[in-house]
Design a protein around this ligand. Structure first.
Ligand code: ADP
Ligand code: DP6
Ligand code: CO
Length: 325
C-alpha cells in the first residue's frame, strides 16, 4: 500500500483563454482553450494518508490553510475517495514557487500536482487522460498542466470528453513580468460566475473564443509564430474587456499592467516581435521567439521582475513511499 506520494507540476499560460463554465458541477468549460506549460515555477505536493480518523489537512506554502483553499482541496479529495471507494482522509503539503492567486496559474499547477499525487496514493488510473480529467475537477486550467509543452483542452460534451492533450507548435518563449505578486481580491472562479451572470458581452466572448481557438490551432500546425502572438494578445485583451464589463466591475489589469502592454507594442514598432497576454491578475506575460527572449526580457525589466520561461514538462510523480509488507 502506498503511504504517501509526491508530485510536481508547473503552471501553464493560456494563449486562448478559458473564461466561463458550461457546467460548474463537473467543470465543463464554455469553450476549449490552448496553453503552454511552463518550465519554471513548479508546485510540489505530497499527499499522505492519515492513520487516524482526523479531517483532511492542507498545508500550503508552510502554513496550515483554512477556509476556501481547504474546502476546495477537501471537495476534490471527496471526489477521489468516492472513485477509489476509500474513506481515508489525507494530509496534503504543497508549496508553490509561483505567487499564489496572482494570475500566474497557481490553481493549475496546484491541482495538477494534487491530482497526480492523490491518484497514486488512492490507486486511481494514472494515464494522462484520466489525470487531466481529474485535475479539471479541482481547477479547470489544471487539466492543461498535466500535459507536456503545448496543450489544447477540448471543451467536450461530458466528463469523459473534456480533457487536455498535447499539440505540436513552433518553439516559443515567454517573458513573465511580475508587476505585483500579491493575491487577487476576486478569485478566477468568482469572477467567471460574475461574468456569466452580469456581462452583456459574455455570449460574444464565447463565440469569438471558439473561433480564435480554431485559428490558433491552425497557426500552431503551420508554425506561424506571428499569427500565434497576434491571436493570443487579442484573445487576452478581449477576456479582460469582458471581465471589466461585469457588475460590479472586476479589473485585474492595473496601470502598471497596461504599461507593460504599451511597452510590448513599442517593442514591435521597434522591430522586435513580442505579444502580450495576462491571466486573471495584474501580471503580464510577453510571448516571443526563443532567440528574442533575452532582448524582450531586458526591455521589460524596468516594469517588474522578469523571468524567461520555455515549454516545460507536464505533471509527474517524483516520489512514492510504499508500506513495508
Ligand atoms: P491563480 O491565478 O493563482 O490560478 P485562482 O483564483 O485561480 O488563482 O486560484 C487560487 C486558489 O487556488 C487558491 O486560493 C487556492 O484555493 C488554490 N491553490 C493555489 N495553489 C494551490 C496548491 N498548491 N494546492 C492546492 N490549492 C491551491
Ligand atoms: C484567466 O482555472 O483558475 O487563467 O476553473 O474556477 O479554478 P477555476 O478557474 P481557473 O481559471 C483560469 C482563468 C485564466 C485563463 C486560463 O488559464 O485559460
Ligand atoms: Co487559476
Amino acid at each position: 500500500m502506498t503511504i504517501d506520494a509526491t508530485a510536481r507540476a508547473h503552471p501553464n499560460m493560456a494563449l486562448v483563454k478559458y473564461w466561463g463554465k458550461r457546467d460548474e458541477q463537473i467543470m465543463l468549460p464554455s469553450t476549449g482553450s490552448l496553453s503552454m506549460t511552463l518550465d519554471e515555477f513548479p508546485t510540489t505536493t505530497t499527499v499522505q494518508l492519515r492513520e487516524d480518523h482526523g479531517p483532511d489537512v492542507l498545508e500550503l506554502n508552510g502554513a496550515v490553510a483554512q477556509g476556501e483553499p481547504l474546502r476546495r482541496v477537501t471537495r476534490f479529495l471527496d471526489l477521489v475517495r468516492e472513485r477509489a471507494g476509500s474513506e481515508a482522509r489525507a494530509v496534503v503539503r504543497s508549496r508553490n514557487e509561483v505567487p499564489t492567486g496572482a494570475g500566474l496559474a497557481s490553481s493549475a499547477s496546484g491541482f495538477a500536482a494534487l491530482a497526480t499525487a492523490a491518484s497514486a496514493v488512492y490507486e486511481l488510473p494514472q494515464d494522462t487522460r484520466s489525470l487531466s480529467r481529474l485535475a479539471r475537477r479541482g481547477s479547470g486550467s489544471a487539466c492543461r498542466s498535466i500535459i507536456d509543452r503545448m496543450a489544447v483542452w477540448h471543451a467536450g460534451e461530458d466528463d469523459a470528453t473534456s480533457f487536455a492533450e498535447q499539440i505540436e507548435a513552433p518553439e516559443l518563449a515567454m517573458v513573465v513580468v511580475v508587476v505585483d505578486a500579491g493575491g487577487k481580491k476576486v478569485s478566477s472562479r468568482e469572477a467567471m460566475r460574475l461574468t456569466a451572470a452580469t456581462s452583456p458581452f459574455a455570449a460574444a466572448w464565447r463565440a469569438s473564443t471558439a473561433r480564435t481557438l480554431e485559428e490558433m490551432l491552425a497557426a500552431c500546425r503551420e508554425g506561424d509564430v506571428e499569427r500565434i502572438g497576434e491571436l493570443a494578445e487579442t484573445n487576452a485583451l478581449r477576456m479582460h474587456a469582458v471581465i471589466q464589463s461585469t457588475v460590479p466591475s472586476v479589473r485585474y489589469l492595473r496601470g502598471a499592467s497596461v504599461g507593460v502592454f504599451d511597452a510590448i507594442e513599442q517593442l514591435r514598432a521597434d522591430g522586435l516581435q513580442a505579444w502580450g497576454t495576462a491571466d486573471a491578475g495584474p501580471n503580464v506575460v510577453a510571448i516571443t521567439r526563443p532567440a528574442d527572449a533575452a532582448a524582450v526580457a531586458d526591455a521589460l525589466a524596468g516594469h517588474g521582475e522578469v523571468r524567461v520561461v520555455r515549454p516545460g514538462p507536464g505533471a509527474r510523480l517524483v516520489d512514492e513511499r510504499v508500506a513495508p509488507v
